[in-house]
Design a protein around this ligand. Sequence first.
Ligand code: FEO
Ligand code: CA
Ligand code: CA
Ligand code: CA
Length: 657
Amino acid sequence: MNQRQIFRTSRLEEADGPGLNPTGNPTMGDIITARFSRRGFLQRSMATAAIAATVSPLALIAADEARAQGTGSVFDFPEVEAGVDANHHVAEGYDADILLRWGDKVFADAPEFDPTAQSEAAQERQFGYNNDFVGFIPLDGATDRGLLVVNHEYTNEHLMFPGIVTLQDGKITVADATAERVGIEMAAHGGTIIEIRKENGKWTPVLDAPLNRRITAKTRMQLSGPAAGHERLRTSADAEGRTVYGTINNCAGGVTPWGTYIMAEENIHGYFMGELPADHREAANYDRLGVPGGDYQWGRYETRFDIGQEPNEPNRFGWVVEVDVMDPTSVPKKRTALGRFKHEGAESVVAADGRVVFYLGDDERFDYVYKFVTAGAYNPDDRAANMDLLDEGTLYVARFDEDGTMVWMPLVHGEGPLTAENGFDSQADVLIETRRAADLLGATPMDRPEDIQPNPTTGRAYVMLTNNTRREEANAANPRVDNAFGHIIEILEDNQDFTATGGRWEILLQCGDPSVAEVGATFSTETTRNGWFGMPDNAAVDADGRLWVSTDGNSNESTGRTDGLWAVDTEGDARGTSRLFYRVPVGGEMCGPCPTPDMTTMFVAVQHPGDGGDDWEGHGRPSYYEDLSTRWPDFDDAMPVRPAVVAITRQGGGRIG
Ligand code: FEO
Ligand code: CA
Ligand code: CA
Ligand code: CA
């Protein structure tokens, strides 16, 4: 396949460079290669060839027809047609209703959204930008009333603000930030907690609800756990190393079994600018994370984001944040026990012995898969007893071995190479420099680990590996060396025990177009031309144990389709069959997805719609505030395109999918 794909996603998602992992740990490509060359390369390559030969366009049409007659899939809905246009699309028989858009009121007294008169004060009371993670926390056990928790990962200035873009040689240049703009951007980051209710089958926000809250890049937070108070976390504004203002680049996240909201801090490097003082202690630490990334200009007005002025500030970001949503005055806690890296998310599951396991992806090319096991057990009868479970436990990093087994290696100070000799004087040092500690343990470098979703009913977990086009070692046994479309790994923990320190792994899917042999995609032959996808990012397992996968990076040019939400069979003969349930407007990315416990609603988040469209004949040029590729969801000339959370329900009621 020729490699002219352009992945139109945010600058933070697809930063240039080979990845930041300097080690020679064998890559996933090496291991898959070795695995298949030893155990079954011949069968494997024949299988791939067979799929490629079978899945011609005609075969895909035949598959469409076969699908209509039933194929053993656990899903049953009419598939959406894949493609690219200015609108979103959901399966026939379903409604996709806009629930919350950027700028919508989160409080009854919030100002109406006026894109031409934005202010920091208004944005602090309105729904933020670029909704990513979506969680639903039922209130009082109700199915029709709950808190929606939503991350606002980052901001796209060229789509948000009028009058700041100039075109030079067909490329967008954005004017330097002003103090006012930085204030708005910081207020548009963070998260939203808002009560929603379902009346007559439709969800609506409750603007006067007592628990509604906006969290921003300025909200006061507390560092807790083993690294809290460490000298490397102290700054001129915080001599104690325990109080941080704000959370940034909250990508995916989670909801804990005790009903708190987890916000994962991902690409934090982009918010820092400036230069460290010469020979500074943090130089290697920051290199490993790409700090300073210089994507934003906040440091010009908020000097803590200038590492020349505040060299320790980046150590206070890159954590997992826990928010007690039942108290709108609670101080969110950055849980240092879960390590510091580019946290994609933190989905959790209660193990058989009551301890809680959090799966953690570090989203960078050649970085690692982690899990955290709490020391204490979850108490379902006493919410308060669980509130600091995340301060004590063991963080593990994964090594995937070529025989299909895997080892979870503990990141514990004093064990193995994690000693003073290697610059780790305490557990705090191990956690602050988690990546470097994991390098020394020989963890397996992966193709950008995103969301990792445990399935509580099967003891398995699904790892979204979004892509890695910088993987260079070509090998006939591993057609995914230049992994443009990503893959999904299924982990089966030993004895189906999520706390296990060992397990087995399989590749559930290699993504991409199965009708192009060179791609090497492994969707089942029942998958239609609409059903395949590239670049898996987020995932959800619903109450029936079914897997849903959302994507980041599909476009007209890369795959001839926008991002969307796909339903993926994992069991039986239908394993590896995927079908398209919902797709986003041009330029967007599909986040969420969040099925309600009663399965009557699927919440999804449409992130950065309109960020792109140069490669789509409906626009064919750069997209920015004055010349947008879509004005979804309002389609009002006075209103820019707006990221939004969408509630998908079945017409006439009933379960989804
Ligand atoms: Fe923000 Fe890893 O996607
Ligand atoms: Ca993501
Ligand atoms: Ca998820
Ligand atoms: Ca992503």
